[in-house]
Ligand binder design. Sequence first.
Ligand code: ACO
Length: 325
Amino acid sequence: MLAGLGGWLPPRIVDNDELSRHLDTSDEWIRTRTGIGQRHVVDPGMSTVDMAVEAGRRALHSAGSRDVDALVLATATPDQICPASAPQVASRLGLGNIAAFDVNAVCSGFVYALATAAGLISAGAACSVLMVGADAFTTLLNPKDRGTVPIFGDGAGAVVLRAGEPDELGAMGPFDLHSDGDLAELLIVPAGGAKQKTSDNPEDHYFSMQGPAVFRHATARMAESSRTVMERAGWTVSDVDRFIGHQANIRILHATAKQLGLPADSLVVNIERTGNTSAASIPLAMVDAVNDGTLQAGDRVLVSAFGAGLTWGATALRWPDITPG
Ligand code: ACO
């Protein structure tokens, strides 16, 4: 069950007007096409591990206990390609020699890692798990690319899962997870990995995205996966109090809600102040929604994400009585 929640954003804020001074874009274009007004950005020297530690600390505080026996970090921007970053997060948090590993499902990372954490508990491999979604996605972007720079921001969000009863508030699941590697090229950093370590073309080291195609897949897949989860949970659309989708684009969220037949006021949206923070976007939206009273104990919550890979998935829970740390 969900027992703790926390989020952290780097202090530096870059608004649309500041971006428009360096890129051929405008506040008006970014707001109307994406719903984004500003994003938080890491300063040089600040890393994914730094952000994950801050969010993790807040989630442990929210849970009221530091007693966790595994840490799962969802990230596509580990501090180094090897090793995984999760062990460094666990050490920095003083959690001892607990199990710690990364899950890379890019913007679907939170839902994938949540399923992984819940699975560790179901399998008896852990009683309590700290799950952090953290990405310094701006470090992957070509500063000259107006197709990606306005969209992404940096940040971290975290939850603590504990063993519990299936009918308790905060009980996790069902889950639905999918991928389609045939479409990997739609969102990719071509160089830097084992296939092509370096490239003479500097652009190959940056994240490239075919935005309009991604938009269509994101909407269709998030809706499809949400329907599957509702069916497995025995919910109809009218049972859903809140829909928390990956904060990629406000138009994607509205289009997904429309496909599902969900009213627009059931959407949890914080993209205006964060941009797309990849694996951190859903827990950061949860923190804001609890703090502003949008999300309340007992609410039936549908969660869905979509990301590079391609990957997508969804889950559902009844919201527990927790205060973000
Ligand atoms: N400022 C001004 N104009 C722009 C900008 C910009 N930043 N970017 C593109 N344009 C122009 C284009 O050149 C084009 O001009 P044209 O009509 O003269 O050719 C016009 O705006 C429309 O461009 P599109 O790319 O078709 O714009 P679209 O409405 O599709 O919005 C966007 C682009 C915001 C990227 C959208 O496609 C989107 O959000 N896609 C999904 C992205 C996404 O979800 N990514 C995250 C996936 S998760 C992960 O794992 C990383």
